[in-house]
Design a protein around this ligand. Structure first.
Ligand code: AMP
Length: 281
């Protein structure tokens, strides 16, 4: 496994693979890797000749400096895990290598990038598109792997790929959870032991709400889910939206769309956790 830190070196490393018509899979990450990331990497390794995993905490997608500063980083452990998974290249640029000059490009796909996370984290998806478009340009992957934990992010990236005419297959991978149901996340490392104990109640409430939804309206299901999570001391729902998974716009009736997903953000102390659940597909 090679560890590469500049776009030029990445291009050189991939030149021979491209020449030999090898397929390239890309897994963009911000590091502090866990079994959720590992599932994306393993899938790429099984579906491509060459797997590139980027590890880069992208400053342009953070609208909160404290969140950026506290984001967990551990490149050494990440590389050990990636080697064991069979990744071929770890691309871990510095901020200067990724952004030799400020990126002034604006990516805008309303309402996909303005609802939910787009509304709560202004500029977040623009930053995501800036770095992912650069990674696509430098890697020129056949396939790129993203997790459904960041449900809205996949929708934004699909829009970007279409509007920028980028020739890549976007592969959406299911959410990996801890045994107690908590969606795996690098931010879980920031939870205190007490917070870690209550955080699984988010998924528990979402999972139970699917059965509840069978005999209740969208609004009742929404309100019951929010009330149940907010009743837990230490958890506070920032938003819960039950949306058409294709448009990300809220639905009022279960019959309104063939594919309905509930997307949630919950503060567990200062740690912001996101998750989602499928009601209908
Ligand atoms: P991040 O390092 O948080 O930017 O995540 C990198 C990629 O891993 C994104 O496509 C995430 O959606 C995906 N990912 C993060 N957590 C999980 C999880 N628990 N299950 C599946 N994919 C995940």
């Amino acid at each position: 496994m090679q560890i590469i830190t500049t776009p030029v070196a990445l291009d050189q490393a991939l030149a021979a693979e491209r020449e030999a018509q090898k397929t390239i899979g890309l897994v963009p990450t911000m590091g502090a890797l866990h079994a959720g990331h590992a599932s994306l990497v393993s899938r790429s390794v099984s579906e491509n000749d060459v797997t590139v995993v980027s590890v880069f905490v992208n400053p342009t997608q953070f609208n909160d400096k404290r969140d950026l500063d506290s984001y967990p980083r551990n490149l050494e452990a990440d590389c050990a895990l990636l080697e064991s998974l069979g990744a071929d290249i770890v691309f871990a640029p510095t901020v200067e290598a990724a952004y030799p000059e400020p990126d002034t490009r604006q990516f805008s796909y309303p309402p996909i990038d303005t609802v939910m996370e787009g509304g709560k984290r202004p500029g977040h998806f623009n930053g995501v598109c800036q770095i992912v478009s650069k990674l696509f340009l430098w890697t020129r992957p056949d396939r790129a792997y993203f997790g459904e934990k960041d449900f809205q992010q996949i929708a934004v990236i699909r829009n970007m790929v279409e509007s920028e005419h980028i020739d890549v297959d976007i592969v959406a991978c299911p959410i990996k959870r801890a045994d107690d149901g908590l969606a795996l996340s690098s931010r879980n490392a920031l939870l205190t032991p007490e917070q870690r104990k209550i955080a699984p109640k988010i998924h528990a409430a979402l999972a139970d709400s699917v059965a509840f939804a069978a005999s209740h309206s969208v609004k009742e299901t929404h309100d019951e889910t929010v009330a149940r999570i907010n009743a837990v001391d230490g958890l506070e729902v920032e938003y819960y939206e039950i949306v058409d998974a294709r448009t990300l716009l809220p639905v009022e009736e279960w019959s309104e769309s063939p594919w309905i997903v509930g997307c949630i953000t919950v503060y567990c102390g200062k740690v912001r956790l996101i998750d989602n659940i499928c009601y209908k597909k």
